[in-house]
Design a protein around this ligand. Sequence first.
Ligand SMILES: Cc1cc2nc3c(=O)[nH]c(=O)nc-3n(C[C@H](O)[C@H](O)[C@H](O)COP(=O)(O)O)c2cc1C
Length: 189
Amino acid sequence: MEFYDVIRARRAVRKYKPDMVPEEIIYKILDAANWAPSGMNTQSWEFVVVTGDKLEDMGESLARIYAPLAENMDPDKRGPYMDNIRNFFGAPVVILALAPAQKNEVMRKMHLEGVCAAFENLLLAACAEGLGSCWMTGPLQEEAFLRELLSIGEDKEIVAVTPIGYPEFIPKAPPRLDPDLKQKVTWFK
Ligand SMILES: Cc1cc2nc3c(=O)[nH]c(=O)nc-3n(C[C@H](O)[C@H](O)[C@H](O)COP(=O)(O)O)c2cc1C
């Protein structure tokens, strides 16, 4: 896919086929992440790839977070909706991005921005490979649980989480709020 087509095609995918993603493809998209820019060239991102039993546990954790949000749903829809959440959207793989924990706010920002650049590379590479993803910070509501489950120490900050897998359903692109970039760009000439 052409570069700008990938940028437009990437969607937050929340329903996946169960097919496993080949390990070499996972490494290919992680390699794309690893080529991101970083403050002071620290390349300080780290990734945790989760499949199997621990992914099932992460799905349970996601269900605990989403259950209150689903309370007011039509009862017919709530069951299938929560089943999808409990399966982490049916994704066979989940990837977490980590940054080094920092007390200094300036350094923290620098590392976070580098990790986010890497994470976006990962999501775009996934799209180019025909894979879906969904940048998620919601799972961090169970941060203590995730740390314990995945042995992530306090020396790391969990930045974001994404399911990875072959999409079962790709939502329509949300329209751009300012497609002509009239409000979002200030240009001094
Ligand atoms: C920082 C960030 C946090 C997000 N957290 C979540 C989340 O917790 N759960 C979720 O379903 N989607 C999450 N999203 C995905 C957004 O909802 C999605 O990107 C947005 O609705 C636009 O849709 P698109 O990605 O298909 O363009 C997050 C996206 C970003 C960038």
